[in-house]
Design a protein around this ligand. Sequence first.
Ligand code: NA7
Length: 568
Amino acid sequence: MHEKNQAGKHTLAASGSDDLNVVDAVVVGAGFAGLYTIKKLVELGFSVRCFEAGSGVGGTWFWNQYPGAQCDVESLEYSYGFSNELQQEWNWSQRFAGQPEILAYANHVADRFDLRRHIQFQTQVRGARFDEARGLWEVQLSSGEVVCAQFFILGSGNLSTPRVPDIPGLEHFKGTWYHSSRWPAEGVDFTGKRVAIIGTGSTGIQIIPIVAQQADHLFVFQRSPNFVIPAQNKRLDEGFVRDYKARYPQMRITAQESQYGMADLPVPKKSALEVTPQEREERYESLWEFGSHTTFMTAFNDLLINQQANDTAADFVRRKIHATVKDPKVAAILSAFDHPLGARRLCAGTDYYETYNRPNVTLVDVSGAPIESFTANGLLCGGREYEFDVLVFATGFDAMTGAIREMDIRGRNHLALNDKWKNGPTTYLGLTVEGFPNMFVITGPGSPSVKSNMILSIEQHVDWIARCLEHMRSHHLEIIDTDQTAETQWVQHVNDVAAPTLYVKTNSWYSGANVPGKPRVFMPYVGGIGPYRRICDEVVADHYRGFVLRSRTADDSGTSHSVNASNV
Ligand code: NA7
């Protein structure tokens, strides 16, 4: 694995290491972040080992093989832009690609760029410790192996740690149960079965209509309803794709400068409150027909900052639900929203509301009376037992920090990341953490991440990291650490930007509210992709403002000298 690449000598090779278990960079995860990191760093001549818990590449799209799993960003945008050849040769079949197609794309990328030889599958990173004396990360693997690396790069994903709620009695349940994010590759046959699905977030909304078509009976247990905008998915028209591909390079640049990392999203100019009720209705109606939840949010420019404006959109969706769902009591449960539209992840669905008109579907409102316990034959709730054969948890994730916190990561002075983050994650630019030198988080908390087109955000972070590593190599700098003040100011900025929005007035996984005991901190940066990219670039142009970059002496245990990058 510790091979020399034609593009140049290794940083560590330069420091004299001939240990095969010492590489320039360890990358955690072979999802879209890990794959592009490998590609980029190997190309630049760094040695890389990537460790992936699953048996294949694809990350989220490897794990989430539940029926109906589909991306809610347009396929032509939710794809890598780093290679024009790749984007020209790959053909998406659907406006919104399904999980199998996205997984096939991830595999294509891994093969096309010969990335697999750098990946060790079915291997978890259990922990990592920064060895200050050697300036190396010691990475502990589930195989028992320890690998050392100058750089420790986390591409472990924002939605990788599934949550099964702490409801007693699951061990007594005699049927089979699944979590949506650990779906068996061979699939599940629901034919003739009584099925229960707990959870009505983006995942539940995708699974429910499909399972309803197969199951004998489906019980949906809803604690809070989510707003569902029709995806209006369709096969992509060949002419449209040809035209789009001709403009691809420009579209990518437009996306990089946009708010959400999508080139094709209109930028709203008007407030929902400055137009007539009729204009407003027409606008919502046309976007409902057009489909895509992200496009729906562009109806007006104040939907996420003005409750009154937001209410107009919420009312529109409520009316749509009542017009679609025949039973008014069911429609009322589906539209009893407790949050502003879009303040939680807005969902894109196909036949979601229509599914509740099926005679074999029962919606159970558990908002007032929580699920008490599982029994041998089902579950107890609201004083009655619901019996079923198969149980599906569509109950979400310990989002954004879960996968990182599962690892025992120790930085300078043995500081545990979990201790540093006990009151919520703190980062600089969502990329680095003070006290954890040479560690990078791809799309970490404090960056746009889940509030953007993830693949575009991944590419921006990986490019930034690669540029930083090249800079360090060419200036003979071996250590990069984050300045505490810069980190504190960045966290403050992330909070300041979020403060006037409706996001912070809502309980959601964006703020850890779905995990009991998790600190409530709104984690994504919502200042927009374009502005965020500019800040990251300015930091570099300003000699890595907020970072301390320095060289090491032969023995760094206290004898090193510090050289700020601005001096080199
Ligand atoms: P989400 O959006 O976190 O949804 C989880 C759902 O599970 C949500 O409806 C929860 O209700 C429900 N839930 C969780 N625990 C319980 C209990 N104990 N009882 C009843 N209902 C429960 O996860 P998803 O997987 O759907 O989506 C995650 C992201 O993946 C999505 O936003 C996309 O970005 C892709 P609650 O709302 O907490 O009342």
